[in-house]
Design a protein around this ligand. Structure first.
Ligand code: NAP
Length: 249
């Protein structure tokens, strides 16, 4: 069994996931850089160092998920932290502006196929990966699951008529609402085990997800997910937060 704690970050070949992987290596973890394209994962892992290892993982593919869990058990014998970071903001044409993505993702116009594709990655993918990794997490001394969510998924904030951003609430944001719901559901189901399950909002960050229109850096964005990955035994479970504190559900 590996002496160092082991973390898996899904969708870690770029963006915020890559930075979370980098920060967890700096905290003494062996980090599995989940990537649906193995070559991209290998390049990303190399950019971090020897304690980062690429792992082929498509969160929408059950056999890829099962193979990843098996690989972790065989190669490392443990998994302490799972960060469900992989997500898509839409399933349409790449390279569009955030405004175009938000407009085409409105529930009044979006196709059901697109809604299914976004939920498949952002919601069902997180459920499937968490379930597959649970046997390993249960054996860990301090199992932690962090779901990378978004304040854009907050029903409380988006039902406030004074919130100008509520017009962006559509397919992607409602997938994050669902991710918040499954965070709470896993946290309740696992309450007696000591495994803590929390959701983090990284803030509006310049990445591919929003055509680099975000205003925060990946270094800033990774802070809250990494903090939740490192919670001690007294830390909370079933919370939704950013760097400034708890976010209303
Ligand atoms: P990003 O740069 O587009 O990264 C998304 C990652 O998810 C990529 O590695 C992508 O892999 C991966 N991915 C997509 N579908 C996948 C699948 N089926 N299986 C495995 N990996 C898959 O976006 P990001 O901004 O860093 O997003 C990271 C997280 O932060 C997401 O959960 C996002 O919703 C959340 N978030 C971001 C912002 C923001 O402003 N950027 C704000 C709030 C929340 P490929 O390279 O193969 O596509």
């Amino acid at each position: 069994m590996q002496d160092k704690p082991v973390a898996l970050v899904t969708g870690a070949n770029k963006g915020i996931g890559l930075q979370i992987a980098r920060d967890l290596v700096a905290q003494g973890f062996i980090v599995l850089v989940g990537s649906r394209n193995l070559e991209h994962g290998e390049t990303a892992a190399k950019s971090i160092g020897a304690d980062a290892r690429a792992l082929q993982l498509d969160v929408t593919n059950q056999s890829s998920i099962a193979a990843a869990a098996e690989h972790i058990r065989k190669e490392f014998g443990r998994l302490d932290v799972l960060v469900n970071n992989a997500a898509v903001s839409h399933a349409g044409k790449p390279g569009r502006s955030l405004e175009e993505i938000a407009k085409s993702g409105r529930l009044s116009v979006v196709t059901l196929d697109e809604v299914r594709a976004v939920f498949e990655t952002n919601v069902f993918g997180a459920i499937a990966v968490t379930q597959a990794m649970l046997p390993l997490l249960r054996d860990a001394p301090a199992g932690r699951v962090v779901n990378v969510s978004s304040a854009g998924g907050s029903l409380t904030l988006n039902s406030d008529p004074k919130n100008p951003h509520r017009l962006m609430f559509g397919t992607y944001s409602s997938s994050k609402t669902a991710l918040n719901a499954i965070t709470l559901a896993f946290a309740s189901a696992l309450e007696s085990t000591g495994i803590k399950v929390n959701a983090a909002c990284p803030g509006f960050t310049a990445t591919d997800l929003n055509n680099f229109q975000g205003t925060r850096t990946v270094q800033e964005a990774a802070r809250e997910p990494v903090r939740l990955a490192l919670l001690d035994a007294n830390g909370p479970t079933g919370t939704f937060s950013n760097e400034d504190g708890e976010i209303p559900w």
